[in-house]
Design a protein around this ligand. Structure first.
Ligand code: SF4
Length: 363
C-alpha cells in the first residue's frame, strides 16, 4: 500500500562497487549481509547455511577462510549458492590469493596485517579476478603502531587505521573496495563511521562487532546502525549476533524496514494491548507472525485491540483489524471498513487475505 512516509533520509552518494552481482554504494539499495558459522571445509553444512540465509533475503554472505582446505572448499561452495561470497581473510596473504582464484566475489582483509609487500600480490589477484575488497578495521585487532599512538581503540584510532589502509590500496592503484570500522561500543562505532564518512567517499559496510546475544545485540545494532543510516551513512550492513546467522538477516531487515529503506514480508503494526482490548492481541499477533512467515512480498497488516488507535492504523495498512465490542471486530481493506469479524475468525481471515493479496501481486 502506498501512503505518505516522513522519510527524510538523505543518503550520502558514495562510490559504487560490485560484490559479485550486488551493487554496494552510490544509489544502490542498502544490502544485508551475514556470515556463516559452519566449518568452511564442511561443504554441505556451509552451502546449506548459505541457502538458509538466501531464503531469508541475504544479499551477500561472508565465509571464513582460515586455512588452505577452506579456500579449496570455497570453490565448490560458490558453485552451489546464488549469493556472492566474501572470503574472510586474516594474516595469510596466500589465503586471499587462493580465495580470489576460488570464485570469491570480494576479499575481506585488513591490509595492515598482511603487510605492504604481500598486499601487492593480493591486489593483483583481485584485479585479475575482477573482484572487490573490504578493508575491515576492527577495534579488537588494531595495528600495533595505531594502538601505540592512540593508547586505546578509540574512534580516531579506527579512522586512522582505515586511512592508512586506504592509502596502502590506493598506492597500489586499487580503489575497488568498501570499508568497515567496527567496534563493540555503540558510541565508538558511530563516531568512527561518522568521522570516516566525512573523510572518504568509499562505500561503508556498517556493523557493530561482538554485539552480543540475540536481544542485546539486536538492540545495540539497531541503535548504532539505525542512527548512522538515518543520517544517510552506510551502504551495506551486517548485524552481528551470538545467535543463528539467519536471525542476523531478520534483524537487518527489521532495521531497514523500520527506516523505510527496504521492504520485505509482512510488516505487522500491533498495539501492546491493555484492558481495552476486544480480542487477545498478543496471542493473535504471535500466531499471525508464524502463519505469515513464508510471505516475502511487502504487505502491511495492523492488528489493534480497540478503536482508540485501530481505525487510524488501518488507514496506513493493506489489511487492518480493530477490536470492537462483544467480539465484533472491524476488518479494513486498504484503510476502508469492510465487514465485522469474530475473534475466532481473525487469524484465518487475515492469513487468507494476505495470501490472496500476494497472489494478486504475482499476477
Ligand atoms: S489500541 Fe486499545 S487495546 Fe491497544 S493498547 Fe491502545 S488502548 Fe489498549
Amino acid at each position: 500500500m502506498n501512503y505518505n512516509i516522513d522519510n527524510n533520509i538523505n543518503r550520502k552518494k558514495t562510490k559504487q562497487i560490485m560484490v559479485g552481482n550486488v551493487k554496494v554504494g552510490g544509489d544502490a539499495t542498502v544490502s544485508i549481509q551475514s556470515m556463516t558459522n559452519t566449518i568452511t571445509e564442511d561443504i554441505d553444512a556451509t552451502v546449506n547455511q548459505i541457502k538458509e540465509l538466501e531464503d531469508e533475503g541475504a544479499d551477500i554472505v561472508r565465509v571464513s577462510c582460515p586455512n588452505k582446505d577452506s579456500t579449496a572448499a570455497l570453490k565448490e561452495i560458490v558453485q552451489n549458492v546464488n549469493v556472492p561470497i566474501v572470503a574472510d581473510i586474516h594474516f595469510h596473504y596466500m589465503r586471499a590469493l587462493e580465495a580470489a582464484d576460488s570464485g570469491a566475489a570480494c576479499l575481506r582483509i585488513n591490509p595492515g596485517n598482511i603487510g605492504a609487500e604481500k598486499i601487492k600480490e593480493v591486489v593483483a589477484a583481485a584485479k585479475a579476478n575482477n573482484i572487490s575488497m573490504r578493508i575491515g578495521v576492527n577495534a579488537g585487532s588494531l595495528d600495533k603502531n595505531i594502538l601505540e599512538k592512540y593508547k586505546e581503540p578509540c574512534a580516531d584510532a579506527l579512522v586512522d587505521s582505515a586511512l592508512q589502509n586506504i592509502e596502502l590500496l590506493e598506492s597500489n592503484n586499487f580503489d575497488n573496495f568498501k570499508i568497515s570500522v567496527k567496534a563493540s561500543n555503540v558510541h565508538t562505532m558511530c563516531s568512527a563511521y561518522e568521522k570516516l564518512s566525512n573523510l572518504t567517499n568509499y562505500p561503508l559496510h556498517l556493523g557493530l562487532t561482538e554485539a552480543g546475544t540475540y536481544i542485546s545485540g539486536s538492540i545495540k545494532s539497531s541503535m548504532s546502525i539505525g542512527k548512522l543510516l538515518s543520517h544517510g551513512i552506510g551502504d551495506t550492513i551486517r548485524v552481528s549476533l551470538t545467535a543463528d546467522p539467519v536471525e542476523e538477516i531478520k534483524i537487518g531487515y527489521e532495521i531497514l524496514k523500520s527506516l523505510d529503506l527496504r521492504s520485505r514480508g509482512v510488516k505487522i503494526i500491533s498495539c501492546p494491548s491493555c484492558a481495552r482490548q476486544a480480542f487477545p492481541v498478543i496471542e493473535t499477533v504471535k500466531t499471525l507472525e508464524q502463519r505469515l512467515s513464508h510471505i516475502k512480498k511487502s504487505i502491511t497488516v495492523s492488528i489493534i485491540g480497540c478503536i482508540v488507535n485501530g481505525p487510524g492504523e488501518a488507514l496506513n495498512s493493506d489489511i487492518g483489524v480493530t477490536g470492537g465490542g462483544k467480539g465484533t471486530n472491524m476488518l479494513y481493506l486498504s484503510g476502508v471498513t469492510d465487514h465485522k469479524i469474530s475473534n475466532e475468525d481473525i487469524v484465518n481471515k487475515v492469513v487468507k487475505l494476505v495470501e490472496e493479496r500476494v497472489e494478486s501481486l504475482n499476477d
